[in-house]
Design a protein around this ligand. Structure first.
Ligand code: GAR
Length: 197
């Protein structure tokens, strides 16, 4: 009997964090298996990667739904069909409805490219550079109704260099994301971290 938790990954684009999670889950002693990858964009390059790994994929377009609520209900139906224990948002560039985030409270996590609570939202690296901060990083946190507001699970820090551009800083942070996200998912699936209000 497999004790591994069943995990789905939600992406919108290239899916490099998804790739890091898939890679980590190959280890026999990793406590999660990736059972599905979902995207709100049918053309997301990460979907092809997931398919080539033999992982189930699904996508839905908002244009097929009258409301955001209807989209999110359909997404929950996909995730329940896959019988998932946890979901990982990995570059999923879509705001989820409170009814979705409350349904999955404690079972959904996200990676964000800043040291939360600093720089919620978009363009994190450009904003950090504009503020001349000396450190940047990334955060894995529980998903709650407030955007990028849920409790933190883990963070990684990198230095900001004097000649950094948003792209060079993003690349340095992304390297850490690829280490941090598998570790945070491991903690969650092993029961070493649980959601508390
Ligand atoms: C990552 O840097 C992730 O932290 C960020 O999007 C990128 C996705 O890259 N997420 C957010 O900004 C969420 N607000 P990936 O598709 O290669 O994993």
């Amino acid at each position: 009997m497999s004790l591994k938790k069943r995990v789905a990954i939600l992406i919108s684009g290239r899916g490099s964090n998804m790739g890091a999670l898939i890679e980590a889950a190959r280890a026999p002693d990793y406590p999660a298996q990736i059972v599905g990858v979902f995207s709100n964009r049918a053309a997301a390059p990460g979907l092809d990667v997931a398919r080539s790994e033999g992982i189930a994929t699904a996508s839905l377009a908002q244009s097929r739904f009258e409301t955001r609520q209807a989209f999110d209900d359909a997404l929950t139906a996909v995730l329940e069909e896959w019988d998932v224990d946890f979901i990982c948002l990995a570059g999923f560039m879509r705001i989820l409805t409170p009814s979705f985030t409350n349904h999955w409270l404690g079972r959904a996590i996200n990676i964000h490219p800043s040291l939360l609570p600093a720089y919620k939202g978009l363009d994190t690296h450009a904003r950090a550079l504009a503020d001349q901060v000396s450190e940047a990083g990334c955060t894995v946190h529980f998903v709650t109704p407030g955007l990028d507001e849920g409790p933190s699970i883990a963070q990684a820090r990198v230095p900001v260099l004097s000649d950094d551009t948003p792209d060079t800083l993003a690349a340095r942070v992304l390297e850490q994301e690829h280490l941090l996200y598998p570790e945070a998912l491991r903690l969650l699936c092993a029961g070493d971290v649980t959601y508390r209000r």
